[in-house]
Write a protein that binds this ligand. Sequence first.
Ligand code: SAH
Length: 220
Amino acid sequence: MSDAGDQDGTVAERKMRFLFALRSRGVTDARVLTAMEAVDRGLFVRGLFAERAYEDMPLPIACGQTISQPSVVGLMTQALEVGPRDTVLEVGTGSGYQAAILAQLARRVYTVDRHRRLVREAEEIFAALHIRNIVAITADGSRGLPDQAPFDRILVTAAAEDPPGPLLAQLKIGGIMVLPVGQSDAVQSLIRVRRTETGYEYDELRPVRFVPLVEGVSYD
Ligand code: SAH
């Protein structure tokens, strides 16, 4: 199927529809929208589902995982309030799409996944896109990345029952963490945690559904 003139319209029309869907679901931050316009989601979805990459839905990727719904990626990125000097930790590289968006907004992004294959495939896409401020690592992200801590921002894209202690500890004072919490087969809540001088403040953003945060690493 050619890009121009297929049943879904031209590339420009498809992009406009994609951005319109994001805005209508509450992604209104101009920097986030610009970042999402710059990163082609189609590159991060392989195989059968590639042609649905511009629809606002989660899609299957390798290792039984999913690339999140674009509007959820946008809302999480917006809630994270990333600044250009920030160092960000993302737990759950998956396809690499969310990391590529964070990389447009932050100084440096560390992204970790427990599946080595996903990390390798994401690294190939970052290289092809000449994105140079992402460090992708195979690791159990529930422990954070002690050697690189503390972080200005932490984004977790897999659900734990509670915010993992090591991640709370690796957040800078003044830092923000956004993560889904709740049991994997139930509806989870997206929450935002701010670390203050004296402790942590929590607010609940919306119901979401993510794959579970699983301990340990898989070298398949
Ligand atoms: N952010 C991704 C979507 C992530 S899906 C994207 O943009 O495509 C959730 C990911 O979290 C999966 O790839 C899964 O392997 C990973 N994951 C689950 N538990 C983990 C853990 N303890 N440490 C690191 N990654 C984990």
